[in-house]
Design a protein around this ligand. Structure first.
Ligand code: XMP
Length: 506
């Protein structure tokens, strides 16, 4: 990948946000574990390094450290929160425990003028979240800003090109945070913004062509955005040397198979109907993790059957995106849930795997998809879990329940779209519960299923808040579901954020 910025991750909840802000500045960046040796970093030829925040105290035993030779690489370094404290401690400043944590909004006033805080208003609002404080900067550093409770809110050593802020410029609560990033990237590190959809497409098309040579490639489409965009890149690179398969496990959303089929009608596209096999394997299984495992296994089986039919392909294209790479623990982050993607393929498949979206965040994937001319309804489709509607059916999965949920889900999505909310919401969907309650319809008593409606706002699916849907939209959704979907007599709305809940119910 193009050399850009390396973000060293010290475990901050916000580390992906730092990377996203840098990408928003059209600069490529890569997130690596905080203790990555300086020698490795040098080999990647980055133009700058950012040290992320983190939950630890620099005084805690076993607190994450860094290779101090990073400060001698001769490239600009920006420390954020924990990254600043680490920088101060390593370079001879004084860090102290603060009396009580400082959390939230603070008013920052500027000290000595600096390229780092150029064009940042004085005073300006910043977001703080820390327990320790730098009270004396290391030799060579000047104090660039302070807040009433933080004597050194920003510091810098222009001679060595080392900079640091105690606040979080990456969060939306710091309104001028992006100015700090543009100052650091463009004016301090002199990086040209060249991380643009067209450049990404061009370089990934070349990568796919190089990997496939004169051979042929295969892609498994899921109906989701990521595999569709990866497929579109591969199609541009290979044309009719690409075969796409879509394994229909019977738990896709209404209309999904047809939309994907149409978008890829110009290449060899095959739908593998594996509904019976999946339903049979899932019969009577109620444990959520076990359901996921069975679906993963059945995917592999269906994939192998398809492969035997199609014949050997040298390369498998996968739609793995950057948050999957970071979240799967490959970069030192914690694994929260065994996410299943279409990519959960057997270890022994003799494929060379190419992942054209491996470096992209979701919004970048969508921009690339648009630039490739994919239909808007496919590109702007809300994320959908690989195991499909099965994770939204609590308890055992049956064909009848899938029909009920698919209808309810289509109503939720249609009403959200009609209300013009589709693009501002991360996900809106229906969940079918494994219980029944009493209702009354006409003059008769009913004993039916409840549907849960869930709508969340999120940047990346890692944290989320429930959407304050207008009452009339909720009313229409509830009225239509109970009126149109047989065996449902009640609709409830989920008003929990993540954490403590997750987005999906399983
Ligand atoms: P949770 O429920 O963990 O979901 O808060 C976070 C985001 O991930 C999606 N999700 C999945 N995506 N394969 C996927 O590709 C999966 O197995 C999977 N499980 C959850 C979920 O829809 C939400 O956007």
């Amino acid at each position: 990948m193009a050399s850009g910025v390396i973000v060293l991750d010290f475990g901050a909840q916000y580390n992906q946000l730092i990377a996203r802000r840098i990408r928003e500045c059209e600069v490529f960046c890569e997130v690596l574990p905080g203790d990555t040796p300086a020698a490795w970093i040098r080999e990647k030829h980055p133009k700058a390094v950012v040290l992320s925040g983190g939950p630890a105290s620099v005084f805690a035993p076993g607190a994450p450290g860094l290779d101090s030779a990073i400060f001698d690489l001769g490239i600009p370094v920006l420390g954020i929160c924990y990254g600043m404290q680490l920088m101060a401690k390593v370079l001879g400043g004084v860090v102290e425990h603060a009396e009580g944590r400082e959390y939230g909004r603070a008013e920052m006033t500027l000290g000595a003028p600096s390229p780092l805080l150029d064009k940042v208003p004085d005073p300006s609002v910043v977001w703080m979240s820390h327990g320790d404080l730098v009270v004396s900067p290391p030799p060579g550093f000047s104090i660039l800003a302070k807040t009433p409770r933080t004597p050194i809110a920003a510091m810098g050593d222009p001679a060595r090109n080392l900079w640091a802020v105690q606040y979080h410029p990456e969060v939306h609560h710091t309104p001028d945070g992006i100015t700090l990033f543009t100052n650091f990237l463009y004016h301090i590190a002199h990086i040209q913004p060249d991380w643009k959809a067209d450049n990404v497409i061009q370089s990934q098309v070349e990568k796919v062509r190089e990997a496939v040579g004169n051979g042929r490639a295969l892609i498994a489409l899921s109906g989701g955005v990521d595999s569709a965009v990866a497929g579109a890149i591969a199609r541009k690179a290979l044309g009719d040397r690409l075969t796409a398969i879509l394994i229909d496990h019977g738990m896709l959303r209404a209309g999904e198979v047809e939309e994907v089929r149409q978008a890829f009608s110009d290449i060899d596209f095959r739908v593998v109907n594996a509904k019976t096999e999946f339903l049979h394997a899932l019969a009577g299984v109620t444990d959520p993790e076990q359901k996921r495992k069975i679906i993963g296994r059945e995917f592999i089986r269906a994939f192998e059957r398809a492969q035997a039919e199609i014949g050997q392909r040298e390369v498998l294209i996968q739609g793995t995106v950057y948050p999957d790479v970071i979240e799967s623990g490959g970069q030192g982050a914690h694994t929260i849930k065994s996410h299943h993607n279409v990519g959960g393929l057997p270890d022994d498949v003799a494929f060379h795997v190419v992942e054209p979206l491996r470096w992209l965040f979701k919004d970048e994937v969508r921009r690339v998809g648009e630039a490739l001319g994919l239909p808007a309804q496919l590109v702007w489709r809300q994320p959908f879990p690989g195991p499909g509607l099965a994770v939204r059916i609590i308890g055992d999965v049956t064909e009848d329940k899938i029909v009920v949920l698919r209808q309810a889900d289509a109503i939720v999505r249609e009403e959200i779209r009609k209300a013009g909310l589709e693009l501002s919401i991360w996900q809106a969907f229906a969940v079918l519960l494994d219980l029944r309650s009493v209702g009354v319809m006409g003059d008769a008593r009913t004993y039916g299923y409840p549907i849960v409606v869930r709508a969340v706002e999120s940047q990346d699916g890692m944290t989320a808040d429930w959407v304050r849907l207008p009452y009339d939209v909720l009313e229409t959704i509830a009225g239509r579901i109970v009126g149109e979907v047989a065996s449902v007599n009640r609709v409830v709305y989920d008003v929990t954020s993540k954490p403590p809940a997750t987005i999906e119910w399983e």
